[in-house]
Design a protein around this ligand. Structure first.
Ligand SMILES: Cc1cc2nc3c(=O)[nH]c(=O)nc-3n(C[C@H](O)[C@H](O)[C@H](O)COP(=O)(O)OP(=O)(O)OC[C@H]3O[C@@H](n4cnc5c(N)ncnc54)[C@H](O)[C@@H]3O)c2cc1C
Length: 387
C-alpha cells in the first residue's frame, strides 16, 4: 500500500494547478455572475491540454491514463469552481465511461472522440418528475420498432440540459415493468421532437444548465441503444464511477474553502492577535483537515481499486457519502470562521457553500447511499417498496 502520489502524478497535479490558478478564476467568475456554462472555446482548450477523457482509451481520443489521474486533474480545476470543471467531470466520470464500457463499437467511435476533443458534452438523464430516489419507477417509454427506437416522456434535473450536445437517456423499453425494463439510449440535441423546458434556478450550481427535457415521438436508431432492457445493472456499475466524480467535486470545493479560510485565519486579527491563535479556531481547523484527509483517502481507495474497470458500489458510495457530508461541514465552518466576510458575496466562501449542498442530492441522496452501503455489507438489496 502506497499513500504517496508518483512523481508523474505530482507533476500532473502541479501543472494543472498552475494552469487553473492562472487562467480560470476570471472565467469562473463570469460563469457564476452570468450563470453561463463553459464555452466551446474553453472546452477545446481543455482538450488540447489533455484534460478531457484523460482516463479514456487513446484509440478514442483519451489519454489512456488512470482514474486517479482524472481525479487529480478534476480536483485542481474544480477548486476554482464546479461550473468551470463541469466538462472535465462529464468526460472523465460521466456517461462517456458507460459508453466506453458498454456501448457498441459504432457508438464508441462516434461519441468518445467528440467528447475528448471538446466538440460535445455528453450528459446523463435519469431522473424524472416522479422518479428520483425511486429511479426504477421511471416512465419515459422507448418503443423498439424494426431498426428504430421511439421515445416519449419527460426528464428532470439533468445537469447540462439544454446546453450539452448529447444525452444518455434512461428509459423503459417496450413497456417492461420494474428494473428489468430499463435501458438507455443516446439522443442528440436537435433531434426532432426533443425539446427543453425553462431553465431551472438552483441555490448553487450556477453555470450548470438544468431544465426539463421533453421527448415527443423522438426517433433514434437502434444503433443508439447504449444498453437494452435488462441493462440497468450495467448502468449502475458505470454510475459507481460517476459517484467518484461527484466525490472529487465535493472534495475540491471543501479543500479550496479550507485553503482559503486557513490563510484568512492567519491574516485576520481580533483582540490583537490572528484568529488562528484562538484555541477554538484551531480545533475547527483541525476537524476540517481530518475530514478532508479521510475523504481524500476514501476517494483514492475507490478509484485505485477500480483501475482495471469500475469501482465497487460500497467503496464509491462510502466515498461519496463521506465527501458530501464533509463539504457541507467544511464550507459551513469556513463561512462561520470568516464572520460577516464569509457571508458576503465579495468573498468566495458563500458560493462554495451553495455549490457544496447540491452534491449530496445529485447522483443519489446521502441517505440512499447509506442504504446502498448497508445493502453491500449484508449482501442483499433492501426492498424500499415493502409495506
Ligand atoms: C445539483 C443537482 C444535479 C443533478 N444532476 C442530475 C443529472 O445530471 N441527471 C439526473 O438524471 N439527475 C440529476 N439530479 C437529480 C438527482 O439525482 C435527484 O434529485 C436525486 O436522486 C433525488 O431524487 P428527488 O430529487 O426526486 O428526491 P426524492 O427521491 O423525492 O427524495 C427526497 C428525500 O427523501 C429521501 N428518501 C427517498 N426515498 C428514501 C428511502 N427509501 N429511504 C430513505 N430516504 C429516502 C431522500 O434521501 C431525500 O432526502 C440532480 C440533482 C441535483 C440537486
Amino acid at each position: 500500500m502506497d499513500f504517496v502520489l508518483s512523481n508523474e502524478q505530482k507533476a500532473l497535479q502541479e501543472s494543472v494547478r498552475q494552469f487553473a490558478q492562472k487562467e480560470l478564476p476570471d472565467i469562473a467568475k463570469e460563469l457564476e455572475q452570468n450563470d453561463e456554462s463553459v464555452s466551446v472555446e474553453l472546452r477545446k482548450r481543455f482538450a488540447m491540454l489533455g484534460y478531457l477523457g484523460i482516463n479514456l482509451d487513446s484509440k478514442y481520443g483519451g489519454a489512456g491514463m488512470t482514474h486517479l489521474d482524472a481525479v487529480i486533474v478534476l480536483e485542481e480545476v474544480a477548486k476554482i469552481s464546479i461550473a468551470v470543471a463541469f466538462p472535465i467531470f462529464e468526460s472523465c466520470f460521466g456517461p462517456s465511461l458507460a459508453v466506453a464500457h458498454f456501448g457498441n463499437d459504432k457508438m464508441r467511435k462516434e461519441v468518445l472522440p467528440k467528447v475528448c476533443s471538446g466538440e460535445i458534452v455528453l450528459a446523463v438523464s435519469m431522473s424524472e418528475p416522479n422518479a428520483g430516489s425511486a429511479l426504477t419507477d421511471l416512465a419515459t417509454q422507448a418503443k423498439v420498432e424494426d431498426n428504430k427506437v421511439i421515445l416519449n416522456g419527460t426528464k428532470r434535473w439533468c445537469s447540462g440540459a439544454g446546453h450539452s450536445e448529447a444525452y444518455i437517456v434512461y428509459c423503459r423499453m417496450d413497456n417492461i415493468q420494474g428494473a428489468k425494463g430499463i435501458g438507455a439510449v443516446l439522443v442528440s440535441k436537435g433531434t426532432e421532437g426533443f425539446s427543453f423546458g425553462k431553465r431551472e434556478q438552483h441555490m448553487g450550481f450556477r453555470g450548470v444548465h438544468s431544465a426539463d427535457m421533453y421527448f415527443d415521438d423522438v426517433e433514434v436508431s437502434t444503433d443508439d441503444i447504449l444498453v437494452p432492457a435488462g441493462g440497468f445493472g450495467k448502468l449502475m456499475d458505470a454510475f459507481d464511477l460517476e459517484r467518484c466524480g461527484n466525490t472529487t467535486m465535493s472534495l475540491a470545493v471543501a479543500q479550496s474553502a479550507f485553503d482559503y479560510v486557513l490563510d484568512y485565519c492567519q491574516q485576520r486579527e481580533q483582540f490583537g492577535k490572528p484568529l488562528i491563535d484562538f484555541q477554538a479556531v484551531q480545533i475547527h481547523i483541525a476537524e476540517m483537515k481530518m475530514k478532508l484527509e479521510a475523504a481524500r483517502l476514501l476517494l483514492y481507495r475507490a478509484v485505485v481499486n477500480a483501475e482495471k474497470g469500475l469501482p465497487s458500489i460500497a467503496e464509491s458510495s462510502i466515498a461519496k457519502c463521506f465527501a458530501n457530508e464533509t463539504v457541507r461541514e467544511v464550507t459551513g465552518k469556513a463561512m462561520q470562521l470568516m464572520g460577516g466576510y464569509g457571508y458576503s458575496t465579495e468573498f468566495p466562501i458563500e458560493q462554495k457553500l451553495r455549490d457544496a449542498w447540491g452534491w449530496g442530492i445529485a447522483g443519489g441522496s446521502i441517505d440512499i447511499q447509506k442504504v446502498n452501503i448497508s445493502a453491500a455489507l449484508v449482501g442483499r438489496r433492501f426492498n424500499q417498496r415493502a409495506k
